[in-house]
Design a protein around this ligand. Sequence first.
Ligand code: KG4
Ligand code: ZN
Length: 335
Amino acid sequence: MKDLITLAIETSCDETAVAIVKNGRDVLSNIIDTQIPIHTKFGGVVPEVASRNHIQNINDVCKKAINDANINFDDIDFISVANRPGLVGSLLVGVSFAKSLAFALDKPIVAVHHIRAHICANYIAHKELKPPFLCLVVSGGHSHIVKVEDYTKYIVLGKTRDDAVGEAFDKVARCLELGYPGGPKIDNLAKEGNENAIDFPKAHFENSLDFSFSGIKSAVLNYINTMKMKNIKVNRADVAASFQKAVISVLCENLIKSAKELNIKDIAIAGGVSANSYLRDTLTAICEQEKLKLYYPPLSLCTDNGAMIGSCGYYEYLSGNISDMSMNAYASYDI
Ligand code: KG4
Ligand code: ZN
């Protein structure tokens, strides 16, 4: 079969990213312009600021992606773009840019689901990985256990009923005055703390693989406030380590439970929180013990990037899921 090259665009949150991907698995270039330093000042992502920065950056990021891949626009077979879920104002920048390119180059355009794309980051890192497998998708907006039945067929087995796990990391980090984004900061600080120092609550639902992280977030806040009222110095490393242990253990328990129930041996993790070192270490140990094969992307492909959009776009394209100029952007959308 002829090689298929896609130019893939990601602007769902605070990264302006464009990648060139061949056959869904080979990354020819992957340019990411992060706005983290801009949003850090506000303690989190400000949607309008994010959209305005995407508009300023996208042209240069796209040019760099083409140059780095050493290709011409003529070499591109189709355009892939994340159009759901995410910040609508941000997504619309990517979608409009993709439509203009597709129109100017007279190429097909493929709409990509951002969460599906996070899962597909594993195809880039592990050439042998193919469906079916189970994936824990944990990001700033999502916490799902997904059965990947086929390249474009996904079944949600469990998901959060309130906050996403990344959101909980970010909020707890804010309470601990660690700055934004909180996940990596908690990950690092927790290494110096005692994970058994504080017994934070873990939510479980009967006969369900769903999660809930709002309770533990409030428990951390209450703990910090109570300590302050009593004039006792909060050991931030202990709070970070105990919070992280509680959250990660629920994620791992539900994931392994579903793998056993469905008798699936291949497990993957994806999304920003899959960069967490405690999650990786804990799951690696459990999977070794349970004789399961664990896949995870390199750190650079865990958080938002264009390469994962290109991988997902390839499989959508092969399935005939081609979009047109009526493509819209959506804040939320089932996987
Ligand atoms: O996938 P992502 O880049 O964007 C969304 O689609 O949401 O995920 C961002 C989230 C943030 O909440 C960030 O704090 C979290 O991923 N994150 C981490 C780590 N690195 C990023 N959470 C825990 N540990 C990390 N090392
Ligand atoms: Zn993401």
